[in-house]
Design a binder for this molecule. Structure first.
Ligand code: NAD
Ligand code: MG
Length: 394
């Protein structure tokens, strides 16, 4: 018996994580139903999902898309409520009708709804790593105060969560070892990266993901954000969090214990494993992911990350040491840089250069409230925008 139906608010339903979540949900109609779905502005995509999953509420973040959503839902004859805007995202994240929230919006745009779910005491499946980088302390405080259960679904953090002591403590843990695929440019030197294109950067060897995280994987900023994420989620200092490149992406991460035991979680590179784990925890359910065929894989490789070719990982350790709102500056500068790169306005090597310049110019400051952090986020975005404009001037 699966127990009572869980009702899920899926924020970022039209994205890569959103699609993987719905794939798992659809396999278990006896366990899960969809209470709410959200998208940024792609109403047609959202309507297709509403027709299939019949949620109680549908949200578009872009308020100008609301009439199209309302009319589309009416045309489908659905009783789904049409909502719009940032406040509506927080509303469905905190709605008592939903017991589970999947935070799968990309970027700092997800921070308020992620915090709302934590405050409201939800089972919170956390994919939106930027919200942890921006406001990790506040998020963990909110989860404690609200009684939320944070289940990391970033594959590395999900692996570590599975390998840490079952009592939730850290007794005997020496190090966390985050694995990194190395991205599409692994093995290249810095000089070979100057002219790579957005499509090359988004062609990840093992994972199929949204374009922002794909570029982050290519620069190794994704691993940098994940080190900061691990720092918050697992409460260990940066000195106990290491990164090892493992090109096959089958070992999703490891925990090294003081007695020399190293526990790892393995699986095919498919986000449905982590999502099924989070949805059903503490039970296990079918995710649709094929069983691992070790003999067919034949080998695992490991190497050290190349911080000269991929300086973003080093920048992430630098902001962790600086503390305060420095991670917010890093995250905002990275979002602006990646977006400019994807639009052809900044070269690949300009991404770490821009972030470094922003960190040099902006001290970060205090991080005691979301307002302060969002102010820093906005300042860093303005600064990054100005720097790009200056870099482009002949
Ligand atoms: P994606 O670009 O495929 O999807 C993003 C979703 O967020 C879409 O539904 C989009 O409509 C919504 N969205 C975008 N901007 C928004 C805004 N301003 N306001 C509200 N909604 C907005 O991204 P993804 O690859 O699914 O990644 C989502 C998050 O999960 C990211 O934080 C990413 O780092 C993390 N993550 C993704 C993967 C993966 O395999 N894709 C793995 C680990 C972690
Ligand atoms: Mg990851």
């Amino acid at each position: 018996m699966a127990g009572p139906l869980k009702t899920i608010a899926l924020l970022g339903a039209t994205g890569s994580i959103g699609g993987s979540t719905l794939d798992v949900v659809a396999r278990h109609p006896d366990r899960f139903r969809i209470g709410a779905l959200s998208a940024n502005g792609r109403v047609d995509e959202l309507l297709k999902l509403c027709a299939r999953f019949r949620p109680d509420a549908a949200v578009v973040a872009d308020e100008t898309a609301w009439p199209a959503l309302r009319d589309g839902l009416a045309a489908l004859g659905l009783g789904t409520r049409a909502l719009a805007g940032a406040a509506a995202l927080e509303e469905v994240a905190a709605d008592p009708a939903n017991d589970t929230v999947v935070a799968a919006i990309v970027g700092a745009a997800g921070v308020a709804s992620t915090l709302a779910a934590a405050r409201a005491g939800k089972r919170l499946l956390l994919a939106n790593k930027e919200s942890v980088v921006l406001a990790g302390d506040l998020l963990l405080q909110a989860a404690r105060a609200g009684g939320a259960t944070i289940l990391p679904v970033d594959s590395e953090h999900n692996a570590i969560y599975q390998c840490l002591p079952a009592d939730g403590g850290r007794q005997g843990v020496r190090r966390l070892l985050l694995t990194a695929s190395g991205g599409p440019f692994r093995g290249r030197r810095r000089a070979d990266l100057a002219n790579v294109t957005p499509d090359q950067a988004c062609a990840h060897p093992n994972w199929s993901m949204g374009r922002k995280i794909s570029v982050d994987s290519a620069t190794l900023m994704n691993k940098g954000l994940e080190v900061i994420e691990a720092r918050h989620l697992f409460g260990l200092p940066a000195s106990q969090i290491e990164v090892v490149v493992h090109p096959q992406s089958v070992i999703h991460s490891l925990v090294d214990y003081v007695d020399g035991s190293v526990l790892a979680q393995l699986g095919n590179p498919d986000m449905r494993t982590a999502l099924a784990y989070g949805l059903a925890w503490p039970e296990r359910i079918d995710s649709g992911v094929a069983p691992l065929d070790l003999a067919a894989l034949a080998r695992f490789d490991f190497e050290k990350p190349d911080l000269d070719a991929f300086p973003c990982l080093g920048l992430a350790y630098r902001v962790l040491e600086a503390g305060g709102a420095a991670p917010a500056v890093l995250n905002a500068a990275n979002e602006v840089a990646v977006s400019a790169f994807l639009q052809g306005k900044l070269g690949f090597l300009g991404i770490p250069d821009l972030i470094q310049a922003c960190l040099d110019a902006h001290p970060g400051g205090p991080a005691d409230s979301l307002e302060q952090l969002l102010e820093t986020d906005a300042e860093a975005r303005r600064l990054a925008g100005d720097l790009i404009a200056r870099m482009r001037r002949p």
